[in-house]
Write a protein that binds this ligand. Sequence first.
Ligand SMILES: Cc1cc2nc3c(=O)[nH]c(=O)nc-3n(C[C@H](O)[C@H](O)[C@H](O)COP(=O)(O)OP(=O)(O)OC[C@H]3O[C@@H](n4cnc5c(N)ncnc54)[C@H](O)[C@@H]3O)c2cc1C
Length: 461
Amino acid sequence: MRNGEVSYWWQARGLPPRRPALPGGAEADVCIVGAGYTGLWTAYYLSRADPGLRIIVLEAAFAGFGASGRNGGWVTAALPGSRARYARHPGGADGVRELERNLRDTVDEVARVCAAEGIDAGLAKGGTLTVATSAAQDARLRRRLEHERSWGDDAQVVRYLNRDELAGRVRVAGAVGALYSPHCARLQPASLVAGLAEVVARSGVLLYEGTPVTGISARRARTPAGEVRARHVLRCTEGFTAAIPGQRRTLLPMNSAMVITGPLGEEAWKSIGWESAETIGDEAHAYMYAQRTPDGRIALGGRGVPYRFGSGLDVDGGVPPSTVAQLGRILRRMFPAAVEGGIGHAWCGVLGVPRDWCAAVTLDPRTGLGGAGGYSGHGVAAANLAGRTLADLVRGVPSPLTTLPWVGHRSPRWEPEPARWAGVRGLYALYRTADRLESAGRSPRTSVLARAGDLISGIPH
Ligand SMILES: Cc1cc2nc3c(=O)[nH]c(=O)nc-3n(C[C@H](O)[C@H](O)[C@H](O)COP(=O)(O)OP(=O)(O)OC[C@H]3O[C@@H](n4cnc5c(N)ncnc54)[C@H](O)[C@@H]3O)c2cc1C
């Protein structure tokens, strides 16, 4: 089994040759820090809207080194944050519905650009299933459905599938029921980010790799090679943000880990079903997520070690054996027929979590500083919408996107260490205990445990 090496997705397509580093000081109209989806989508839409703009992207490692080259490949319309919190914005509940409608459209926008630009990322829109594998999970699904309906989401957005209806799509061992939403696609994440980087670089954006930004201030980004001066400096560094001076408590780098099987044979797929590229998650508190890859593997992820003291990062995606074993158990429990494929590769990465779990798109016209992120694990589609929004903000073009409730949203800062570490570790200990008790058929007390965890963490529901 391979471990780390950034991700299976990168190993499968081969790591790209490195682009040159920033040779020295430079000037630009827009300087983007970080070449993941957020930075690259922003550069893409800016260069399309105004080909005359001088845009520089500075990337510490290589385009797609971060979560964008390691994720579960769900292009999901899930809201990265809490409806109730976004509804405090002047746009109120209607603004939240508008943000959610835009996220649903974004799934198709990502597909449109892939087709238009010839990016072959294996994108297939099969919707998403949230599966309940215990009575307690099923009760949560039904409550969640009621909540969706109370916000006006009808059966076109999300609907309940009973055990048989679910089995007609995918046979998940022990499943009781599921929610289905058509607004999700799966893709090969590294192929999307690699394709985007090529398109952006071809359109005249200067993309420098191996160039860590060591400080950001009004109209300036500092690097070891020199300073980039720009009218706008956009921070698009998501789970890596804490390492930038002054940003230690802005976004918590939450770890997520994945495993992937070898290709499964015809018999295994016959017993599992799963012919329509749905993404699959469960309703556990420490939830899992999975996709069937175009070449017939199952890629499955979950939390693993949730957080490293002092906002520490993994080394090139390396995963501890205990996490691999934990994800392997979930895989075997839900898809017993997948055992034949074994686990071919394991890796992990960091996502950015704000203290209130709500993403933000910001631009301060006074300082020219801005950025987007804090998607809390729902960033594949959201980064596209954020990129389009940042492009409008930078160009000073009022648009329906620039009034969405996540624009200018401010999250509180995280607690200093060791409270942050103890809080996140404690939260996941509560979640895992609740999940264990629920699987054993004991539910009422577990909800109390999990709700206590939610209250401590500020996780929205
Ligand atoms: C294992 C895993 C699974 C996930 N699964 C899903 C999923 O299925 N669906 C979903 O919607 N979301 C998922 N996410 C989250 C999603 O991948 C992210 O929200 C999204 O990729 C964020 O993109 P980004 O460009 O903002 O950040 P990143 O992709 O992390 O990019 C940030 C970039 O900035 C660079 N950088 C950092 N610091 C500096 C610096 N100082 N100077 C220069 N460059 C710097 C990094 O090297 C990196 O390339 C997952 C995340 C992980 C880790």
